[in-house]
Design a protein around this ligand. Structure first.
Ligand SMILES: [Zn+2]
Ligand SMILES: [Zn+2]
Length: 418
């Protein structure tokens, strides 16, 4: 049953009932107006599985520990990164005076009841069910989940990337036989532009900005994207000072604790060492006096140091704001792209500097999704984690191209496996 993340991107949460009750994900959906939660779990859970740290998959997990103590399984980097994001949610709630659905106490209990497991190791999680994680290539520690029960097998992809990135190796699609697949469909209706070309165009835009005496502001997600960008800038030997700011710094420290989960930890280590980490507001004032690159959170301009930098550089025609991630509609980043305007602390700015978006997506595009499904050839596919129209378009495409039965999972509705 889908509790969230059905015909939408966000608040992923799916309940699998095989006699044992297994919850896949416990996410939230952050919108500029409010936080949306998945439907409440109305049964005693045996196990919760979290595929990766992003809040749309992990954000509501501590809330479950207000009234229960289910066992949770995820990789160790997922636990550490989620822990960082949970504490950050509490901090933001404190600043904004909004109510959070859990406290530090529940975060501690979540950690206590969480078991970290690595990739490619079979683990019995209930009397009936065995779990195995496979690398999903999406962010540090992201996993695809294979469940085996009563001679049946199910693969839940979580968010995954078939192509390798600078930061991570590609998803491990060799998962063995699967009868059912629950698949994400974020880009189920379209393809990504060529990655190498995106990288080149991006670095060129950064170099042009700096050569013209401007500041290249690069808003990026704290977990994953910011480090991918640092890697790319280093790879192309960008000739300029590079700064890292915001929560991306703490996430970088966690990332470097897990070299085995990275494609080239030495390279990232070198790239991060060559990057200057911004400590405070005074330093922010100082660094914008000289041309440079600043990689900072928030990726969709919904807070973080990125906004304070925009206030400093908006009037400078030589500077640029180079967005590197998906911009959810109604976020400040999305509005800036659409209208050329951005509101910060109640004041509307119309930046004169260049504003551009680059597709550094960590999700599989349509043909990659189909390639994976064709390889797995399951009996039946359940589609999640995609906007309504996208999910249904993808469903049709699976039936037409692969002849596999595909259904779009619906919020609150029970869906039989067979
Ligand atoms: Zn994700
Ligand atoms: Zn997601």
């Amino acid at each position: 049953m889908g509790l969230g993340g059905c015909e939408e991107v966000g608040r992923s949460s799916f309940l699998l009932d095989i006699g044992d009750k297994i919850l896949l994900e416990c996410g939230i959906k952050l919108t500029p107006k409010e936080t949306e939660y998945p439907l409440q779990v109305k049964t005693n859970l045996d196990v919760v599985i979290i595929s990766h740290a992003h809040l749309d998959h992990s954000g509501n997990l501590p809330h479950l520990f207000l009234e229960s103590n289910p066992l949770c399984y995820m990789t160790q980097p997922t636990l550490d990164l989620a822990d960082l994001l949970w504490h950050d949610s509490l901090k933001i709630a404190g600043i904004e005076g909004t109510e959070e659905k859990f406290s530090v106490k529940e975060i501690k209990r979540t950690r206590k009841y969480s078991f970290a497991i690595g990739y490619n190791r079979k683990m019995p999680i209930t009397k009936k069910c065995t779990l195995e994680f496979f690398n999903a290539g999406h962010i540090l520690g992201s996993a695809m989940t294979k469940l085996s029960f009563e001679n049946r097998t199910m693969l839940y992809t979580g968010d995954f990337k078939v192509e390798e990135t600078r930061l991570l190796t590609k998803a491990d699609l060799n998962v063995g036989n699967v009868d059912f697949v629950v698949i994400e469909s974020t880009y189920g209706d379209r393809e990504h532009p060529d990655r190498k070309k995106t990288e080149r165009d991006f670095v060129e835009a950064v170099q042009d900005t700096v050569d013209n005496g401007g500041i290249a502001l690069v808003p990026a997600f704290a977990v994953g994207r910011s480090h991918e960008i640092i890697d790319v800038l280093h790879e192309y030997k960008l000739n300029a000072s590079i700064y890292l700011d915001g929560m991306a710094k703490k996430a970088a420290q966690i990332t470097m604790n897990y070299p085995k989960f990275l494609k080239d930890p030495k390279f990232l280590g070198k790239a991060l060492n060559a990057t200057k980490w911004v400590k405070n507001e005074r330093q922010r004032n100082k660094i914008v006096e000289e041309p440079c690159v600043i990689v900072t959170t928030a990726g969709m301009l919904e807070g973080g140091p990125a906004l304070s930098y925009i206030k400093r550089i908006h009037a400078d025609e030589n500077s640029s704001i180079l967005l590197t991630g998906f911009q959810v509609s109604e976020t400040k980043g999305n509005r800036l792209l659409k209208t050329g305007k951005i509101e910060i602390d109640g004041i509307e700015f119309k930046p004169k500097c260049r504003v551009q978006k680059f597709d550094f997506s960590a999700h599989a595009g349509q043909s990659e999704l189909l390639y994976a499904l064709n390889k797995w050839s399951p009996e039946k596919v359940f589609i999640v984690h995609g906007e309504k129209e996208v999910a249904h378009t993808f469903s049709k495409k699976i039936k037409e191209d692969l002849g596999i039965n595909a259904v779009v999972l619906k919020q609150g509705k029970i869906q039989k496996l067979d």
